[in-house]
Design a protein around this ligand. Structure first.
Ligand code: ARG
Length: 470
């Protein structure tokens, strides 16, 4: 097949080269954006008097039919035509003839590919935002049911102080809300129209770039033509935001894996979200959580690939940049798949509140509360800390909890202890007393849930709808 750029060439490209540099196998997923972008370009060319109105109409109608045929699976792309941009152009020429050859006036694949990727990513960011919002909503629903479900909070994976499952879940809500914030912020820089930058230096034709930008739902135009065709910061930003989403999912998965072990016994995963062993009949494995944890590595790899691909590139476009797509697509696909399966896995898990409470009672999670109690009775904190430390050592030797000590035993460690000490170190009391904003007390947690729901509702319209390209 003759190349669209073949004019100055005397030989065919080697078949190895065709295979090597062709990107159609993966950039075909951009077809809808490529075609929508071309339609807006053609419309603008006619408005600016660069092509005739009937020519634009023929091109737009041809593109529309091509789009429908691709969508219906009636179109075969060609490796020899290299990429989605030249495939679309070639197919259009085959279908509507000579007039199609005017479409690429005042345009380069360099500004075209930047356009397509930005339109694609804008939609995908909206899709990921929706998945995140759904996940946060599900976590809030679960949290609401567990405002009183006491569990140990950990540092160094050692039991530290009592919290509630609701409070623990809300910590993840915070992470996912920050992820949403990052995506919205990234979207602002994605949503800038590069078309009109040409190959690198703009074009000699009187383009109406603002018109194209408006037609395609962009907030504005890229201001410098060299930057417009060589900027992939937005892809890096997305991959970084996606990496953090994966970090958060992965940490959560690690806990789900620990919690579902017999040793913890805090939760049981639903059968629909666990798998068995081919050899050991008793096994029920948290494979889904493990796989999400494992897939985080892919996304960090995608981020690294993008950074390394860009770091040595001189301005402006370089073919290295074709490598942006597979990394970006993989990050998008992976993060979406993981979010999709993670939500129902968490929503359906059975919470073993009894085991959580038992664990919270053992392990001296109320030791700080005992020290705080003594402080309220006038003992300096450092002394109270030492006294409780000695009491813990005494209990450990006898296999007791702090609340098992008699008052007489208590007073051996600190004479400041009174009858009311038992009330102060009861586990529910320890949680309820942490009523500081951001703390695990049921009242504070209820307020936090309500505030999160409000933020979610307020944010919804910002990323739902809007897009000139659907
Ligand atoms: N397939 C190319 C890419 O993905 C499109 C841009 C090609 N431009 C060029 N001058 N070779 O980057």
């Amino acid at each position: 097949m003759a190349k669209l750029w073949g004019g100055r060439f005397q030989k065919e490209t080697d078949r190895l080269v065709d295979d090597f540099h062709s990107s159609i196998s993966f950039d075909r997923r951009l077809y809808r954006y490529d075609i929508t972008g071309s339609m807006a370009h053609a419309r603008m060319l006619a408005r600016a008097g660069i092509i005739r109105q009937q020519e634009a109409e023929a091109i737009i109608n041809g593109l529309q039919e091509l789009l429908e045929d691709i969508e219906a699976g009636r179109v075969e792309f060609s490796v020899a035509a290299e990429d989605i941009h030249m495939n679309v152009e070639q197919l259009l020429i085959e279908r509507i003839g000579e007039v199609a050859k005017k479409l690429h006036t005042a345009r380069s694949r360099n500004d075209q590919v930047a356009l397509d990727v930005r339109m694609y990513l804008r939609d995908e960011i909206d899709a990921v935002l929706e998945l995140l919002a759904g996940l946060v909503a599900a976590l809030l629903d679960l949290a609401e049911k567990h405002v009183h479900t006491v569990m140990p909070g950990y540092t160094h994976l050692q039991r530290a102080q009592p919290v509630t499952l609701a409070h623990h879940l809300l910590a993840y809500c915070q992470m996912f809300e920050r992820d949403m914030d990052r995506l919205r912020d990234c979207r602002r820089r994605v949503n800038v129209c590069p078309l009109g930058a040409g190959a690198l230096a703009g074009t000699t034709f009187p383009l109406d770039r603002e018109f194209v930008a408006r037609e395609l739902g962009f907030d504005g135009i890229a201001e410098n033509s060299l930057d417009a065709v060589s900027d992939r910061d937005f892809a890096v930003e997305f991959a970084a935001a996606a990496s953090l989403i994966m970090v958060h999912l992965s940490r959560f998965c690690e806990e789900i894996i620990l919690w579902s072990s017999t040793e913890f016994g805090f939760i049981e995963l639903d059968d629909a979200y666990s798998t068995g062993s081919s050899m050991m009949p008793q096994k029920k494995n948290p494979d889904v959580a493990e796989l999400v944890r494992g897939k985080s590595g892919r996304v960090f790899g995608d981020l690294t690939a993008l950074l390394v691909m860009l770091k040595g590139l001189p301005l402006a476009y370089n073919k290295d940049m074709q490598e942006d797509k597979e990394a970006l697509f993989d990050a998008v696909d992976t993060v979406k798949k993981c979010l999709l399966v993670f939500r129902p896995m968490v929503a359906t898990m059975r919470v073993r509140a009894d085991n959580m409470a038992r664990a919270a009672r053992g392990g001296f999670t109320n030791a700080t509360d005992l020290a705080d109690y003594l402080v309220r009775r006038g003992v300096p904190f450092r002394e109270a800390h030492a006294a409780v430390g000695r009491a813990v050592a005494y209990c450990l030797e006898r296999g007791k909890c702090l609340e098992d000590l008699t008052l007489e035993e208590m007073r051996r460690f600190s004479p400041a202890a009174g009858e009311d000490v038992y009330q102060a170190i009861g586990i529910d009391r320890c949680v309820a007393a942490r009523a500081v904003p951001g703390g695990p007390a049921p009242e504070a947690v209820r307020r936090a849930i309500a505030a999160a729901r409000q933020r979610l509702a307020a944010a919804a319209p910002a990323h739902a709808g809007r897009s000139g390209d659907k």
